[in-house]
Design a protein around this ligand. Sequence first.
Ligand code: LRH
Ligand code: MN
Length: 426
Amino acid sequence: MLPAESLDTSNAAHRAAHRRDLAHLGEQLGRRGLVLDAVVDRLAAFAVAVPSWALGTGGTRFGRYPGGGEPRDVFEKMEDIAVIHQLTGATPTVSLHIPWDEPDDPAALRQHAEALGLGFDAVNSNTFQDQAGQALSYKYGSLSHTDAAVRAQAVAHNVHVIEVGKALGSKAITVWLADGSNYPGQMHLRKSFERVRDGLTEVYAALPDDWRLFTEHKPYEPAFYATVVQDWGSSLMLAQALGERAGCLVDLGHHLPNTNVELIVARLVTAGKLGGFHFNDSKYGDDDLTAGSIKPYQLFLVFNELVDAAAADDAFDPAYMIDQSHNLKDPIEALLQTVDTLQRAYAKALLVRRDALTDCQQANDVLMAEQTLKEAYETDVSALVAEARQRAGGALDPIAAFRASGYRAAKTAERVGGGYVPPQSL
Ligand code: LRH
Ligand code: MN
């Protein structure tokens, strides 16, 4: 954690200007019939889970350029995530990847996390890599494999991940499968999918009653011809076949260029099967760039669908998680930037005058319908998100506070030896 005074010092430096900006924004929103405090309260309740695999510098097959002070184990990752939560007030949970960040002693990790004010969101299984000592290879797939013994091994791994999650207090498992083929004819397109459905049915049967299972679709990579769970339709078919506690996880980067992702979100809401998100951004493929860095308007349009859905359903509760690879930015700074970007997209979506929008849609007033959305999107919500963070005990300017704290330099001096082990070849 950062010393409280360093956060106070940073906020004090920003407070006077913040008050003026907030008053101006409040007056502006008042003229639109919007109540700033009501928006701040909803924004202050926003929370997103941090992925355990994003605290170290990521890389590609072409190289990795680690920075100093990287966490050397999952316990040090918790310390870094606690700093992000301290500064944003919006990251109280961690999404763990097993076995990448599997704790030797889950109870000890849970205690360490709770002491830092953290909990655990969905755990992630991994049948897309062969682990040392693993009996059977996933080279030709896992739950879709033609060999029943390999499928049974993959089911057992997922059941094990649920057991680890139960010990940590998690309430969900995310299953992303790399299963697929590189050449036409290599894999039976129907039977491979049906084997996955049957395997997930066994995993679903092992879920505790209060748990959810998320299926995550992806169009390609590492499979380059057909991926078994390739698109939202395949994911939806699985979630519908499994049962009511199964939902579809939308990783924003898992869509081919020009895909209308907000429309997919709307369809999954209509189906009652929107399980959650992996927030990030991308220009070409599954680039895992910082959320909102390439397509900020799309991110706003996704949150617009989420706010609209929540207005129609009090029980609406998709899981919000980040899934990024920080190859060039300091991982903590990139995550602080990401949380700020998500808070801004959500804040703008909360500023949409929905009755006015509905009237324009009903009247087919195309231009004013778009203008009503753009009015919210083009609002500078800096003071609003800063106020929500401050009310949650966080920083008005998290990145400024983090840089001023000297945390990275301190960790670089402290975390020597026993170097960070990056996830293999992500
Ligand atoms: C696959 C994916 C999945 C994770 C992995 C880290 O590309 O998005 O969510 O298991 O990244
Ligand atoms: Mn993902």
